[in-house]
Design a protein around this ligand. Structure first.
Ligand code: FBP
Length: 551
């Protein structure tokens, strides 16, 4: 392979570890806390998970573990969207397994969860892994979005594990994949298979977090990558002074990415979807708010600026959220008939006839391109694929129309030239920051110690992340503890509670305290590129979100 100098150098990076993981694996045991409860719906969840509900939190401590040296085979799966650091979770898991017993094996199931049911795998060897250490991407074994949720899939998984003498599976994924990991763990336990299942918290979106999972991996690197790009655009805007840049930022649902990038770069406008929902702000009001800022800046002769738009915004705008949810249900229920409609006109007519009056109005009020985007294929969970909806363009069009009205009324004299961007895929496979490289390696190594201590149905957890790595606290959190029941396709389903931006949380408050000033007075901040070498505050700083949440 033709390697870049950074790639070569990062292969040799030695991740920093929590002190307990520096011990020999035969001397890492667990300390169990009290029995746990799910976040809500305790009675129902206890019934659904009779074998794995209520297990205690496990903390890794120094102490003998006679089973650490047992020869075992482990399977690992990467699930869902890429997030920087996935390769290091596998590296940490591999190194832990081999430290236990060099004859133990790690199999990587190919292309995501479907690799398990199709028994498509490779054995991960030292030489193979060395080409992926501390690099971004999931290309070591590939990823996929197949859901593991049916009994048939679970039974096939048991057969695949038996055939390959696999006694543990590690699933690296987001909230849905970890929910499915918990269901698999429960099924395996109910059938006395002896196969353990451990999850690892992945997603750039940052919405898989709670008291015990301080952040999902990948959020750090992705937000630093986007913030670098936003800062560069801000400097360009401030140099040329001629464009308004509307930047959509990935994050399917929660606005953690947008909020962190706003704190890093101090743009003129940053929309936070959770606030839009809480205040029941309509699309027209969002447009008016942005227009106000454009007008005020034009009054100061500043006909340029930066607006950050979270990817999931459209679903949080009340009338649009209702429309999308009706569309999701309608397209799922009437899929057979709908798929026979070949032209957009026929589809739109069918949609309009079957929607409620309000949603039909909301649908008709949208520009044609956005209507088409709303009707595109759903993801495997039945959700609209928000990354394919050009919300940033919708806002530009509407702000432009509003400014034209104001101009005709003599209330606006500026000029509005615009550019639009979408930052998402640019950050999901970046070289992991030192933080993500260290955190992911520790998550993987911890996953092995949970396996060797006999646990199943747990998520690997590394806490105290705003401190240096040597002070991090490693352990395992029972997945059922993070669950509640939510209605999905008309049925109550157990799911890990998604962590949205909290409007009374420190990161949002810090942003809200400054945004009016940033709106009118150019206050751009330029974080620059991720650094891997240098002083701690430059190359090892966690996100502002994490620092504020755990101050
Ligand atoms: P995960 O929840 O699987 O981590 O993926 C998140 C994400 O990156 C979202 O931010 C984005 O909306 C989505 O994936 C894009 O999905 P795809 O890669 O299938 O286009």
């Amino acid at each position: 392979m033709n390697l870049s100098p950074l790639q070569k150098d990062r292969y040799g990076y030695k991740p920093h570890m929590p002190a307990v993981l520096e011990k020999k694996v035969s001397n890492i045991s667990i300390e169990k806390g009290d029995a746990t409860e799910s976040v809500s719906d305790q009675t129902e969840l206890k019934k659904m998970f009779p074998n794995t509900y209520g297990m205690p939190i496990a903390k890794l401590v120094e102490g003998p573990n006679a089973d650490a040296g047992k020869k075992i085979n482990v399977g690992v799966i990467l699930s869902g969207g890429q997030a920087p650091g996935g390769h290091n979770v596998i590296a940490g898991l591999y190194d832990g397994i081999k430290a236990g017993n060099p004859e133990s094996k790690l199999y990587g199931f190919l292309g995501g969860p479907s690799g398990l049911v199709e028994d498509k795998k490779i054995e991960i060897t030292a030489g193979y892994l060395d080409e992926y250490r501390n690099t971004g991407g999931f290309d070591i074994i590939g990823s996929g979005r197949t859901k593991l949720e049916t009994e048939e899939q679970f039974d096939i998984s048991i057969e695949v594990c038996k055939k390959n003498s696999i006694s543990a599976i590690v699933i690296i994924g987001g909230d849905d994949s970890n929910t499915n990991a918990a269901m698999l763990a429960e099924y395996f336990a109910a059938k006395n298979t002896g196969v353990q299942v451990i999850g690892c918290p992945k997603t750039i979106d940052g919405d898989l977090k709670n008291e015990h999972i301080e952040t999902s991996f990948g959020f750090d690197t992705a937000t630093k990558t986007y913030s670098e790009l936003i800062g560069n655009i801000e400097r360009d805007a401030n140099s040329a002074k001629k464009y308004w840049h509307f930047i959509k930022l990935m994050g399917r649902s929660a606005s953690h990415i947008g909020l962190e990038c706003a704190l890093q770069t101090q743009p003129n406008v940053a929309i936070i979807s959770e606030e839009v929902e809480a205040n029941k702000t309509s699309l027209a009001d969002i447009v008016n708010d942005i227009t106000d800022v454009v007008v005020k800046r034009a009054d100061n002769d500043e006909n340029f600026g930066v607006v950050l738009v979270p990817e999931g915004l459209i679903e949080f705008i009340p009338e649009m959220g209702a429309l999308i949810s009706e569309l999701n249900d309608l397209l799922a229920e009437k899929a057979e008939y709908y798929n026979t409609l070949n032209t957009f006109e026929d589809q739109a007519e069918f949609i309009n006839k079957n929607l409620s009056k309000d949603s039909s109005y909301a649908f008709s009020s949208l520009p044609n391109n956005i209507q088409r985007q709303l009707l595109m294929d759903r993801d495997p969970h039945g959700n609209v694929q928000v990354s394919r909806i050009e919300t940033e363009l919708l806002l530009i069009e509407m702000v432009e129309a509003r400014l034209a009205e104001l101009k005709s009324e003599g209330k606006y004299k500026g000029s509005f030239s615009h550019q639009h961007h979408f930052f998402g895929y640019e950050g999901r496979c970046a070289f992991p920051s030192n933080f993500d490289a260290d955190y992911c390696y520790a998550l993987g190594y911890t996953a092995f110690t949970l396996i060797s201590n006999g646990l199943t149905g747990y998520m690997s957890s590394v806490k105290n992340l705003s401190r240096p790595a040597s002070q991090w606290v490693a352990g395992g959190i029972p997945v059922t503890m993070m669950m509640n029941l939510e209605v999905r396709h008309g049925k109550n389903k157990p799911v890990i509670k998604k962590a949205l931006v909290e409007l009374d949380g420190a990161p949002f408050k810090a942003f809200a305290a400054k945004r009016d000033e940033w709106a009118v007075k150019t206050s751009f901040r330029f974080p620059g590129a991720i650094q891997y070498y240098g002083p701690d505050e430059i190359c090892n700083a966690p996100t502002i979100t994490l620092s504020l949440e755990h101050k």
